[in-house]
Design a protein around this ligand. Structure first.
Ligand code: 26A
Length: 343
């Protein structure tokens, strides 16, 4: 039976990844940690050219939630996912358009002709990835775009929302609009914590949205950053997941679920009001089969969202997430294999 189109609506920052295999010296030159995500400062400005000129960098469609949106669309029937964010009018935006077209993802970009499309320098060292982002036009996403009739009708039509926490640096009011849409109409709202710095430095808008989270997804470092920035005094990932699941909630028709991924370690899932925390071991894969881990977490979220939108059980949704993450780490950057594989 045909279902409704564009059931999942995603919002965040469309970026072009400039990704290369780097080394200690490169990380040191720009003061980067091996595994991190940060906003570019003055001292990082040269990194994009450096990666392109000296490290044979590849240009790959990125932006965390855009990767998730492509991932969910990879699994769901055609015309299931729509993605919102801000881009410029340049060759980088053209690359993004090509990538989302190939993925069958509908995008409604706010185009700012005066600002460059956002870039993310990705330095791969072993199984780590260090990301340094200059948001550019992505930083200019605004409520006005969200409220345009043709965009707002997509918001109203959607049956689930996915927001990447990175968007708290850009337009919290747009996030809150989606939160309220979800709660008012009992639709699931899914949030990714995205990066430790969001929990640390964007605590206020993050916390304002928390009562609306039906699902909150993060990894172990984000969970730890959340615990620390919120003075929970917890270090055990399971305990942090439980605390997240049991934060106050506005829509009481859905129990909140907190999902924490931990790379090759089991995925942790806590459900509001339930004492037991579940662990889902990840499927093993030979080290040689891993290309890089850039986008693994986004892929997990993509598979998981596809499950939620499709009415799958929590167990099945977690498995879909793990399955898609496994496919993604075998590709260059946050990508999925074509021709398509099926779960
Ligand atoms: C605001 N920041 C820092 C960001 C990002 C980001 N996406 C949105 N906003 N910093 C890195 N990324 C994306 O994360 C993906 C991997 O999870 C990168 O573009 C990369 O594709």
């Amino acid at each position: 039976m045909a279902t409704k189109d564009y059931r999942l609506l995603c919002l965040e920052n469309p970026l072009l990844d400039i990704q290369a295999v780097g080394d200690e010296a490169l990380l040191e030159k720009y003061g980067l940690k091996a595994n991190d995500a940060i906003l570019a400062e003055e001292k990082h400005q040269g990194i994009f050219e450096d990666l392109l000129n000296n490290y044979d960098a590849k240009l790959i469609a990125g932006g965390a939630a855009q990767n998730t949106a492509r991932g969910a669309q990879y699994i769901l029937p055609p015309n299931s996912v729509v993605y919102l964010g801000g881009v410029g009018d340049d060759k980088y935006a053209a690359i993004l358009h090509d990538a989302v077209k190939q993925a069958g993802l509908r995008v409604e970009y706010r185009v700012d002709p005066k600002v460059q499309t956002g870039r993310c320098g990705v330095v791969i060292t072993g199984h780590n990835r260090s990301m340094c982002t200059e948001l550019g036009a992505a930083n200019h996403y605004d409520l006005e775009h969200l409220k345009k009739p043709e965009v707002w009708s997509l918001v109203e039509n959607a049956e689930a929302y996915y927001v990447g926490g990175y968007h708290f640096t850009v337009c919290p009011p747009a996030i809150m609009e989606l939160c309220k849409q979800a709660a008012d109409r009992n639709k699931p709202f899914i949030l990714s914590l995205s990066a430790p710095f969001i929990c640390q430095f964007f605590k206020e808008p993050l916390d304002a949205s928390a009562p609306y989270w039906d699902y909150v997804i993060g990894n172990e470092t984000e969970a730890a950053a959340y615990s620390e920035s919120h003075s929970l005094g917890l270090t055990d990932v399971k305990e942090i997941a439980k605390a997240l699941a049991n934060l106050p909630k506005i829509n009481t028709q859905r129990k909140r679920v907190a999902i924490i991924t931990q790379g090759t370690e089991p995925t942790i899932v806590a459900v509001q009001g339930e004492d037991a925390v579940k662990e889902y071991p990840v499927h093993e894969i030979a080290k040689e089969q891993i290309c890089d881990t850039n986008g693994a977490g986004d892929a997990f979220a993509g598979g998981f969202c596809a499950g939620v939108v499709d009415g799958k059980s929590l167990d099945e949704s977690v498995h879909l997430g793990q399955w898609l993450a496994l496919l993604s780490i075998q590709e260059l950057g946050p990508s999925y294999p074509f021709p398509k594989q099926t779960p």
